[in-house]
Design a protein around this ligand. Structure first.
Ligand SMILES: [Cu+2]
Length: 190
């Protein structure tokens, strides 16, 4: 409780900065989206977004390909395709099977453990996507140019992680200022 109160105090006193930067990669230079940047060492209880997140199935793909959420977030899985899908996962962070469902139908699931959940469809073997579940709200996903920005990070020294489905996980120590921003660049490696 003390730790949580201290964390809240830090935020309320405005001692929070921004981490922003860019990821570059030799792996997929045309599209640098879907790298997930997360501050790993901030523990506590954080309000969970009331609105559910959405992982659509559209054009025989998961949309978005990578969804990043805070632990405890509810996710809706609509089916926007004229064919049935059967979404499932055997990942440790969440094992489930939503069963076969048609266009217009929807399944819902709450993600209660941090980790990377790989999504598959047992009708369409080429379909795959990810839900990255994180323990605090300090995260961002890169845009297609590789740029990202995480606002409101409590000031101090933190561990910033960079995840991508086809890249080795990297971490960097970052000193978040009490106001303003710090820039952190990553270069993706296999
Ligand atoms: Cu499918």
């Amino acid at each position: 409780m003390l730790l949580i109160a201290a964390g809240l105090l830090v935020e309320h006193s405005g001692l929070a900065g921004t981490i922003q930067g860019r990821v570059c990669s030799a792996i997929s230079p045309a599209d640098l989206s879907n790298f997930v940047l997360s501050v790993e060492d901030i523990e506590g209880t954080f309000p969970v977004p009331e609105e559910p997140a959405i992982m659509d199935q559209k054009g025989l793909r998961f949309d978005p390909h990578v969804l990043v959420i805070q632990v405890g977030t509810r996710v809706e899985f609509p089916n926007s395709d004229p064919v049935s899908h059967n979404v499932f996962s055997i990942s440790e962070a969440k094992r489930f099977n939503l069963g076969l469902y048609t266009r217009g139908a929807m399944r819902r699931l709450m993600f209660d453990r941090p980790g990377v959940v790989e999504l598959l469809c047992n009708v369409h073997l080429e379909m795959y996507g990810y839900i990255v579940v994180l323990k605090n709200p300090y995260f961002a996903r890169t845009d297609s140019s590789g740029a990202y920005r995480i606002d409101g990070v409590p000031a101090g020294r933190h561990r910033l992680r960079c995840w991508h489905e086809r890249s080795r996980v990297q971490e960097s120590t970052v000193e978040v200022p009490e106001t303003g921003s710090v820039a952190v660049e990553f270069s993706a490696v296999k």
